[in-house]
Design a protein around this ligand. Structure first.
Ligand code: ZN
Length: 46
């Protein structure tokens, strides 16, 4: 969780103001890269 006011990361629900998850599930960059890597791998085999 990250405080949007002071920019510090915290495990608590609030710091200066309610903290927010800096990595919302809908973005999931890790999954996106995994897919790209897999596609690239298959393309290489083909
Ligand atoms: Zn704060």
């Amino acid at each position: 969780m990250k405080c949007g006011k002071c920019g510090k990361y915290s495990l608590r629900d609030e710091c200066c103001e309610p903290t927010q998850n800096p990595h919302p599930p809908k973005y999931s960059p890790a999954d996106k890269y995994a897919k790209y890597r897999r596609k690239e791998k298959y393309g290489d085999v083909k």
